[in-house]
Structure formats: structure tokens, C-alpha cells
Write a protein that binds this ligand. Structure first.
Ligand code: SF4
Length: 478
């Protein structure tokens, strides 16, 4: 009988989690971490053996949205991982104890974990007037944050308020609110996870990453993990094709809105925002803002209440990552670029079609011994006829299906028809190579004659991944 202290997986088994659900969870975690699905078995193995990771969760100036996101995760694996398995030993909002008794629990949690603990900070930290605007146990919240984060093996600033002050700091604020980064002495183990609220699935992935690789994930200069904040949201959006084709929602409820067109003109901040919302989604992976018909408000970006306002109009000022360029200028440049590429592609196609047409007419005329008209000039010499035949033979595989060209050229009658000629045909060689390759791979026929049996764990995981709707994050990226 497994015991809770035997590790994460033992705790999950005690909670009644099936092996299949566990593999499904591991596949989903691999996807969130932007890892190939082949990592799922490794994640499953690491989580199976990983010890409990105590979490001390502090709560400063915030609405509690991140805690609500945690509690409302109906996906039992994510909620259980964080609340029970990982073990939130101290959570000011959720715990039954209060006052001095709660302080005792916090101190015990800080000293009891032999391998350290993870400190999670939710909410902004007021520094004005000696921190009087938020106190815990009679002490300024900033003092508590310094003490708890100072002894942690990693600190997670969860949600935009904890990252840069968020709502309490909007418009300058009145309490001198700042993010964790400006309070702790050492930022080398700080992970910033902005969002309003954060996607709790990303927090679970962060902890799984630590359990699997024994290190914190790679971050950008703002301490944000790249697996969650490394890509432009706009590039992952399911409405991106409508953006390219200039199909925009012009008013709420219009035809474009009903057809799911791009929300750029309604103020969507996707082109200025770095987050993985389109791929991980909220509400247990069912939806996210744009999918629900509302533009992105850029809540993962620094100072988003001020920098990403107004919410329902394009940003008038320069882009955060391209000073001197406004969102509209960037949008027009992108649309113009796509239009230019379309024109170039069309012109190139037209030239190609015209060339094929000319070739076809040249072959037809040469076969009849007549005069070739137009662009090819009066090519009536034997030399010209030979050139036409050579060109035609070289393009024998490119059976023209274009408009205006004959489906079967007369010259095709001159194509090699004997067995010897056919054996030398490039097409035949390719087919032979393909056949060889198929003979090698089909059914796993290895050189030693043994069929390649897929690894049972991998097969089981892949099946679970299919169920989870997980996919290779690299696939389908626009
Ligand atoms: Fe999606 Fe918004 Fe970009 Fe349009 S502007 S493609 S809705 S992220």
C-alpha cells in the first residue's frame, strides 16, 4: 500500500487516480512545457518518484483571482497536484487557522521541509508608508515576503499583481505597490508568471518541470518561463488566417463576429502579447478569450492596465517591443507584406503558366512540322525542333493540368515505352527507392528480421495523449 510520503505518484494513487489518467496528465504537461510528446514517459517516471514539494502561498494586494483559478480547476489532476500532492502547507486565503496560530504553521512549514520549499506570492506588495496598507500577523507584507522567499528554493510571483504591482499600481496607484522582483534580495530563483489571472495549468507545468529535470525552466530577461511566455499570442491564434485575409469584426455581433473573424479592430492585443493562451487555454483547456469572442487584453504584459489600454481600441502609442512603431502601423505593414507576397506569387504563377502554354504550343507545332507562332518566334529549323523535344522530355513528369494547356501532349507519344527505357526512367528509380524504404519500415521489418515492437509505455502514453487532445506544440504553428 503506497504512503503519501512515498512520492507524488503514490499520493495520486491514494487519491484514486488511475494509471491512465496519470499518463494523460503527463502528456498534457509535456505539451504545456512545449516538449515533444516523447517526453511524456520521462515526465511520468520523474513524477512517480518525485518527493512531495511543500508550497508556502502568500497573499498580498490582489482580488484572489489566482487562488480562485486554482480552486475552480475541475481537472482533478491539476488541482490535486497543487493542493494535495505538491502540498500547499500554508495558504493564507484557504487555511482554517488564523492569527498567531497561522504564523506558527508558516514557521513550521519553512523549517520542516528538508529539501526546501517553493514560495508562491499572489498579489502586489505595498511599500508606501512603511507597508501599512497590507500587514500579516502585525508585520508589513513586504517583510513576510522577504523572510519566506529568502529561504525558498524557488519563488513564483503568480499573477500580474505579484509580478509588477498589477491593479494596485495602475495609474500610479496610491500605496506604492510593486512586484516581488523589487522586494526580494535574490532574483536568481525568481519565476514571474503574469496573467490576470494566471493560467494555473502553467503553474502545474512549472512544478512538473522542476520534478522532472531538477531545475527551473529557462526564462526571459523578465524571469518569465519561455514555455509559457516565449511566443507571440497572435502567432498561435486560431483566428490568425482571418487577420491575414483582412477579415475583421467591425462591431460586436456583426457578421464577422458571428463567423469568428479576427478581433484586431476591436482592440485585440494579441499582436503585442506574449503568452500561450491559445494552446493551453483556460477552463481546463476548453476555451480562452479570443475563442470566446473577446479580444486579448494583454494581461501578461508589463503594466498592462496602463500600457494595454484602451481595451477596445488599437493602441495609439508605440509597441512595447518596437519603439517608434504603433500597432496600426505594424498591422498595416503585415497586411501590406502579405498582399505584396500574394502579388509576387500570382505573377510568378502567371509566368509559369505562360511558359507551359508556350512549351505546349511549341511541341504541338514542331510535331506537325508547322510554324511556331508568337513568343517562340519563327522556330522552324531542325535545331529548334530538337530543343523543343528535349525540353518536352525533361518535363514529361510535369503533366500539365493548367488551364489552356492540353491534358495530353502529342509529343508524349515519343516518351520511352520499352522496358529498358522505363528502367532508366527517373520516376521508376524513385518508385524503387520508395519501395525499398517501405520494405524497411513497413511493419518494422528490421535488418535482423525482428518486427519493431513499440515501447508499451510510449504507446500507452500516445493513446492517453490522443484522449487529452495533446499535440506537438511545434506542429501547426503559423
Ligand atoms: Fe487573434 Fe487577436 Fe491576432 Fe486577430 S489580432 S489573429 S483575434 S490574436
Amino acid at each position: 500500500m503506497p504512503r503519501r510520503d512515498d512520492g507524488l505518484y503514490a499520493s495520486m494513487v491514494l487519491r484514486g487516480m488511475s494509471r491512465r489518467a496519470f499518463l494523460k496528465f503527463s502528456a498534457a504537461m509535456a505539451t504545456t512545457l512545449a516538449l515533444p510528446l516523447s517526453y511524456a514517459p520521462r515526465i511520468a517516471a520523474a513524477v512517480t518518484e518525485a518527493p512531495r514539494i511543500p508550497v508556502i502561498w502568500l497573499h498580498g494586494q490582489a482580488c484572489g483571482g489566482n487562488t480562485r483559478a486554482l480552486l475552480q480547476a475541475s481537472d482533478p489532476t491539476t488541482a490535486e497536484l497543487l493542493l494535495d500532492v505538491v502540498s500547499v502547507d500554508y495558504h493564507e486565503t484557504l487555511m482554517a487557522r488564523s492569527g498567531a496560530s497561522a504564523e506558527v504553521v508558516r514557521r513550521q512549514a519553512m523549517t520542516a521541509a528538508p529539501n526546501g520549499y517553493i514560495a508562491v506570492v499572489e498579489g502586489a506588495i505595498p511599500m508606501g508608508d512603511e507597508g501599512v496598507y497590507c500587514t500579516v500577523g502585525g508585520r508589513a507584507f513586504s517583510e513576510v515576503v522577504r523572510e519566506v522567499c529568502g529561504g525558498a528554493m524557488a519563488t513564483v510571483a503568480l499573477g500580474s499583481c505579484a509580478v509588477d504591482g498589477g491593479t494596485p499600481a495602475a495609474g500610479g496607484g496610491t500605496t506604492g505597490s510593486v512586484g516581488v522582483e523589487h522586494v526580494v534580495a535574490d532574483t536568481s530563483t525568481l519565476i514571474n508568471m503574469p496573467g490576470c489571472p494566471v493560467n494555473i495549468h502553467n503553474l502545474a507545468a512549472l512544478i512538473v518541470h522542476y520534478a522532472t529535470f531538477k531545475t527551473l525552466p529557462v526564462t526571459d530577461a523578465r524571469h518569465r518561463p519561455l514555455f509559457a511566455y516565449g511566443n507571440l499570442l497572435h502567432n498561435q491564434c486560431e483566428r490568425r488566417a482571418h487577420y491575414e485575409f483582412g477579415e475583421y469584426v467591425e462591431a460586436w455581433g456583426d457578421e464577422g463576429a458571428q463567423k469568428g473573424w479576427c478581433l484586431y479592430k476591436m482592440g485585440c492585443k494579441g499582436p503585442e502579447t506574449f503568452a500561450n493562451c491559445p494552446t493551453v487555454r483556460y477552463s481546463d483547456g476548453t476555451s480562452w478569450a479570443v475563442r470566446a469572442g473577446h479580444g486579448c487584453i494583454g494581461c501578461t504584459m508589463p503594466g498592462f492596465w496602463d500600457q494595454m489600454s484602451p481595451a477596445y481600441a488599437r493602441l495609439p502609442g508605440p509597441l512595447p517591443f518596437a519603439p517608434g512603431v504603433t500597432a496600426d502601423q505594424m498591422g498595416m505593414a503585415l497586411v501590406g507584406g502579405v498582399a505584396a507576397l500574394t502579388v509576387v506569387h500570382g505573377a510568378a504563377s502567371a509566368v509559369r503558366l505562360r511558359r507551359w502554354d508556350v512549351e505546349a504550343r511549341r511541341a504541338a507545332m514542331s510535331a506537325e512540322g508547322g510554324v511556331v507562332e508568337g513568343d517562340v518566334g519563327a522556330a522552324t529549323t531542325d535545331e529548334a525542333v530538337e530543343v523543343a523535344k528535349t525540353d518536352e522530355a525533361a518535363e514529361a513528369d510535369e503533366a500539365p493540368t493548367i488551364h489552356g494547356a492540353p491534358a495530353t501532349r502529342e509529343g508524349a507519344a515519343e516518351a520511352p515505352t520499352t522496358e529498358d527505357e522505363a528502367a532508366e526512367s527517373p520516376t521508376t528509380e524513385v518508385e524503387a527507392a520508395t519501395t525499398d524504404a517501405a520494405a524497411t519500415t513497413d511493419g518494422g521489418a528490421e535488418p535482423d528480421g525482428e518486427a519493431a515492437e513499440p515501447d508499451a509505455e510510449t504507446a500507452e502514453t500516445a493513446e492517453a495523449a490522443d484522449e487529452a487532445g495533446a499535440h506537438d506544440p511545434g506542429a501547426g504553428t503559423p
